[in-house]
Design a binder for this molecule. Structure first.
Ligand SMILES: Cc1cc2nc3c(=O)[nH]c(=O)nc-3n(C[C@H](O)[C@H](O)[C@H](O)COP(=O)(O)OP(=O)(O)OC[C@H]3O[C@@H](n4cnc5c(N)ncnc54)[C@H](O)[C@@H]3O)c2cc1C
Length: 377
């Protein structure tokens, strides 16, 4: 019996997924379900659970139902009230984003909670997850892809999937340099824990402060708080692995600004070990597949957080690609269906960025006032 099992395992198509977040874990779930041998390689030492709350919307909720995790996501929903404040910390508008008509039915949840919920649905005795490693080279052959890892060894897989986010290593190796596909939105953002900042507001409140070209937010949870800074800027020289340089950039843009809680937020960011700093951008590609390599989620079509759709696109794209592979013995057809079938929705979603950008980072006094009055009751 055991030898039969081993034979069956050996016959399975073997796939490697780079990135253990929404796109990668959702793809792992579905491909394992469809009988593939799945390995996931993640750069982080463990699951990366930081980040501000994210939205799960539309078809991604149906996928969550199919995966049997909808109720857990709903149970973990981050329900909050929100305020827009002025430089003197006076409340200008109070609202509850979860109850606004355009968001009805959506679920907002802490990023880390959703990552863990999806991870926990995976049968870990069937799926291999390798942390603290990364693909360093890919060579495509007709029947397989030869992969080298940063930390030793090489192995061949039937398919390789890049689910490794906006700055995808797989995209770089298989499709070319990031700049070819990246559309910079003229904005940088930073995120850090800010438990120590006193706001005088109850728990589960989001507090938003806006001035021209800048937005600061504090999200207070039941336990702890996060702070986010967003600012418009021209293209800057920066390295995503150089934390000190990122802190210097924040200092350049916010030091000396005494409005609202900006000094305390800046302090929290400058002393953070877990600062998350990035440029806001979108990824646009003519094709998300090349040979036996395919990209999903932010690696392929990052819409930017201004659309609130990054997580939903990642889950939808992953499920769609897995189902296309399951339904078509010829992977060329499956990849074509994925490329063609998902593109209209991706393009429509990416086009929504301008609205979010103007609301959150107004450039004129009129836009600033409109962004506040839109939420006044
Ligand atoms: C730590 C973190 C914090 C975030 N915070 C926010 C936030 O506050 N607000 C927001 O809107 N979005 C945030 N995002 C982005 C958000 O999760 C995605 O936009 C979106 O949900 C799409 O998911 P994804 O799975 O395609 O990409 P991501 O969620 O970005 O996941 C990519 C995964 O790939 C891993 N990875 C990266 N490079 C490699 C590599 N070379 N080899 C192997 N693995 C690699 C990453 O560690 C990560 O686990 C954050 C992402 C991360 C990783």
């Amino acid at each position: 019996m055991q030898s039969l099992n081993l034979k069956f395992e050996a016959m399975k198509k073997q796939v490697l997924i780079s990135g253990a977040s929404f796109a990668g874990l959702t793809l792992a779930y579905w491909l394992n379900k469809f009988g593939y041998g799945v390995t996931v390689v993640e750069l982080g030492k463990g699951l990366r659970t930081s980040g501000s709350p994210i939205d799960v919307r539309g078809e991604a909720l149906d996928i969550a139902k199919e995966m049997g995790i909808y109720d857990q996501i709903k149970a973990g929903e981050f329900v909050h009230r929100d305020e827009i404040v002025n430089a003197q910390d006076e409340t200008l508008a109070t609202f509850a984003i979860n109850t606004l008509e355009e968001y009805l039915g959506d679920i907002e949840i802490h990023r880390g909670d959703l990552v863990k919920i999806i991870y926990d649905t995976l049968p870990t005795d069937e799926i291999e997850i390798i942390f603290n490693n990364s693909i360093s080279a890919l060579i495509q052959h007709e029947d397989d892809v030869e992969v080298s890892f940063e930390k030793g060894e090489s192995k061949s897989y039937d398919f390789v999937f890049g689910a490794d986010g906006t700055h995808s290593a797989v995209r770089k190796l298989a499709f070319g340099p990031e700049d070819q596909f990246k559309k910079f939105l003229g904005v940088y953002f930073a995120f850090a824990k800010a438990d120590q900042i006193e706001t005088g507001r109850p728990k589960s409140t989001g507090i938003v402060y806006r001035e021209l070209g800048k937005q600061a937010v504090i999200y207070q949870f039941k336990e702890g708080a996060n702070a986010i800074l967003l600012f418009r800027a021209p293209k800057l020289e920066w390295n995503y692995r150089d934390l000190n340089q990122q802190k210097q950039i924040l200092n350049d843009y916010f030091a000396g600004n005494t409005n609202w809680k900006l000094p305390e937020i800046l302090d929290a960011m400058l002393s953070a070990n877990d600062l998350y700093f990035d440029e806001a951008c979108q990824i646009h590609m003519p094709s998300w597949t090349k040979g036996r390599v395919a990209l999903i989620g932010d690696a392929a079509y990052a819409p930017s957080f201004f659309t609130g759709m990054g997580t939903s696109l990642a889950m939808q794209g992953a499920a769609l690609l897995a189902k296309a592979l399951h339904a078509n013995a010829d992977y060329h057809i499956a990849f074509e269906k994925y490329n063609e079938g998902f593109r209209p929705f991706v393009e429509q979603t990416q086009a929504k960025v301008t609205y979010g950008l103007t609301i959150q980072l107004p450039e004129t006094e009129e836009q600033l006032q409109a962004s506040i009055t839109a939420l006044s009751n």
